[in-house]
Design a protein around this ligand. Structure first.
Ligand SMILES: [Zn+2]
Ligand SMILES: [Zn+2]
Length: 276
């Protein structure tokens, strides 16, 4: 049994089918169908009204399960993003997970992508300060959210994508703010943030590539990377270092695993013996 021709239910309010549907269709011949009837904001919002209760992966899984429940299809797809500090120390980093659950095959397969985020926030008192934040946010291609005062204040206006509506939202927020400040931030919902949508597209392509890879032992779809293991030997003395030694690829159903070693050796600079 494969995913070719399967109807895959996707729970989204934010247009993610635009990128996930082509990925699954061209990758494995599956057809994505959008499911409505559940407010995904109940599982967490980027604007902090609802905190995410579970991990990013568990939330993606939950969305896939809800999609299956609501559609009656055997296969469901859920996507969840997270924003973390950039590994380079400047700016914000976006991690996207896309989880596919196939109840016929009894498997869960996860696609992942990450990259720099278009994610800014700041406080504006004047149109000039507002413009500065908007330029950094990639506005108006990337949407904005305004609210009086600070990040936790009520009265947010979301999904702003034009200069006239931004100025209008700014003026009413400033009028409602006791000290005249307006908190402005990126609207991180996928359909308002093309940079994020691009990362979701890459996560979808990663998922499709996994789904197109059968397990060499049992033939089930979804074979791929599970983890990287450290212990690469030092080039000078052979001591195991904290550098990555190999990638482990694993089946999503049977115990079959493959170790794919990295070539070469670690620099003595990373060696606990040569460079303690
Ligand atoms: Zn060494
Ligand atoms: Zn297997």
């Amino acid at each position: 049994m494969t995913l070719t021709g399967a109807r895959v239910a996707l729970l989204t309010q934010h247009g993610k089918e635009r990128v996930l549907s082509p990925a699954l269709l061209s990758g494995v011949g599956a057809m994505v169908e959008v499911v409505c009837g559940f407010d995904t904001d109940r599982l967490g919002t980027f604007t902090r009204e609802v905190g995410r209760r579970d991990s990013q992966l568990e939330t993606a899984r939950q969305k896939a399960r809800i999609a299956i429940e609501l559609s009656g299809h055997a296969v469901g797809l859920g996507s969840e993003g997270a924003f973390i500090p950039s590994p380079w120390g400047i700016g914000s980093w976006n991690v996207e997970l896309v989880a596919l659950i196939d109840t016929r095959l009894g498997i869960e397969v996860v696609g992942m992508a990450h990259g720099p985020a278009r994610h800014v926030h700041g406080t504006a008192r004047s149109i000039a300060e507002l413009k500065d934040i908007a330029m950094r946010a990639g506005f108006p291609e990337h949407g904005l959210v305004t609210r009086p005062d600070g990040p936790e204040a009520p009265g947010a206006v979301k999904g702003i994508v034009s200069w006239p509506s931004l100025r209008a939202a700014f003026r009413s927020a400033r009028a409602a703010s006791p000290d005249g400040t307006v908190f402005v931030e990126s609207d991180l919902r996928a359909h308002f943030n093309p940079t994020r949508m691009g990362t979701i597209a890459r996560a979808g392509a990663d998922l499709a590539a996994r789904l197109a890879t059968p397990c060499p032992a049992c033939g089930i779809a979804g074979f791929g990377w599970l983890e990287s293991v450290t212990g690469q030997p030092c080039s000078a003395c052979g001591t195991a270092t904290e550098q990555v030694r190999a990638d482990i690829h694993a089946c999503v159903r049977c115990p079959y695993r493959e170790e794919r070693p990295y070539h070469g050796a670690a620099s003595p600079a990373h060696c606990p013996w040569c460079n303690p």
